[in-house]
Design a protein around this ligand. Structure first.
Ligand code: CA
Ligand code: CA
Length: 404
């Protein structure tokens, strides 16, 4: 037995032998390594959980079929388009039949920081519009000249300004004017203040688009500009047409594409082809003219969308019938979010938080002055606005018409 005990002492279990073999310093080091490992695992697990909670949507990209609409996470369904068939009879000259149907209106496109680019155009919401006729291109100088010739209408840019609208200007200094882009000097502008690149041009109007001395001769096929909302309404009445509602305009502009960034898809210039007349370069200092045009282009210079409509993005801004209210999209819909809102007509009055004194109507599509570093409202879901009597060298319109 004694021998056995000695043998047992001489042959201890391996792990015990290892333990016995370690010095106190080595044991302490092993414990430290084990502690650090356990703490590291706990931190990694907790960190992953927190990261997924906070940024899961960005990491895995939220499903297009399940979006937040007015704070509710609801399933999105495929929009339903009306039959393509146009009403019987010949199409009105220069117009195309827009089939109508359901579509997701607005845009929730976000920047690199995941901040919505166009707050007044969020959230996406389901809208239905009935079929209607739409001008295939913006109203041109040639078309507007015919209206003026027949009606002798005087546009607002050609009228003496109302002193009530300009209380700070001496009445004898008030003269007809419009505003024209003028390149500012470096450092002479602030992107948050548009006065920096607009010049008050006395005498600028639809027939003198760049101010005194300019003419529409030779640019008859360019879109007419310096058009106020009231001017556009006057033309529409003469032409027995009307302005499109904002919903009609966006439905037409999307050309049947569902939830795309642009009227042609999701790429700004697919295959390096420019699809709209916008501004390339550092606005407002440098216009690289990569799309071939510095200012407005002749209508139909760029490809039509799938509904056969030209320049829905860019070239000139286009007036819509609706009053502008920044948060209209979040207030105008039935609480049953599975139903499409039918033929929205806009709010009852305009209100812009930034200029509470100015009643504004909606404009859409952006213009040749929209660039990636400023504006970007050539995105098909983006919105613009303008005071109803104001005009500028980048603002025009096109008309719509009901089915007869
Ligand atoms: Ca351009
Ligand atoms: Ca346009």
């Amino acid at each position: 037995m004694k021998t056995t005990k000695q043998e047992n002492k001489a042959s201890p279990p391996l792990n015990l032998a290892a333990s016995v073999a370690l010095s106190p310093r080595q044991v302490a080091l092993r414990k430290l390594v084990r502690f650090v490992t356990i703490v590291g695992v706990i931190i990694a697990v907790c960190g992953t959980a927190v990261t997924l909670t906070l940024y899961g949507d960005r990491i895995f990209k939220k499903s297009r079929q399940n979006r937040s609409v007015f704070g509710k996470d609801i399933p999105m369904r495929e929009p339903k388009l009306n039959p393509v068939d146009a009403p019987a009879g010949a199409a009105p000259e220069g117009m195309v039949w827009i089939r109508g149907g359901e579509f997701y209106m607005g845009t929730d496109v976000a920047d690199e920081e995941d901040v919505p680019m166009f707050l007044d155009a969020t959230d996406l919401h389901l809208v239905h519009v009935d079929g209607f006729w739409m001008d295939k291109h913006e109203v041109t100088n040639e078309q507007f000249a015919k209206f003026i010739e027949e009606t002798k209408y005087v546009t607002e840019a050609e009228k003496q300004p109302n002193p009530k609208d300009f209380p700070d200007v001496p009445p004898d200094e008030l003269k007809p004017f419009s505003i024209v882009y003028k390149k500012p000097g470096p450092g002479k502008y602030d992107l948050s203040r548009h006065e920096g690149w607009w010049d008050i041009s006395y005498g600028a109007s639809w027939k003198r688009p760049n101010g005194p001395g300019s003419t529409i001769k030779g640019i008859e096929k360019h879109p007419v500009v310096h058009i106020s909302y009231n001017d556009a309404i006057a033309y529409c009445k003469w032409a027995k047409k009307r302005l499109p509602t904002e919903a009609e305009w966006e439905f037409a502009g999307r050309g049947g594409l569902d939830r795309k960034k642009f009227s042609w898809g999701d790429e700004i210039n697919p295959g390096e082809k420019w699809m709209a007349n916008t501004w390339q370069g550092n606005f407002p200092l440098e216009n690289k003219k990569l799309d071939g045009f510095e200012g407005a282009a002749p209508v139909m210079s760029f490809p039509a969308n799938d509904y056969g409509l030209y320049d829905m993005a860019g070239n000139v801004w286009e007036w819509c019938a609706d009053w502008y209210v920044q948060d209209y999209y979040s207030k105008c819909y039935d609480k049953d979010l599975t139903k499409a809102f039918r033929n929205p007509q806009g709010p009852d009055a305009g209100f812009d938080l930034r200029e509470a004194q100015a009643a504004k109507r909606v404009q859409r599509g952006g213009s040749f002055m929209c660039s990636p570093n400023y504006c970007e409202r050539y995105y098909i879901g983006a919105r613009g606005k303008g005071e109803v009597t104001s005009a500028a060298s980048h603002t025009g319109f096109r008309c719509a018409m009901n089915a007869k």
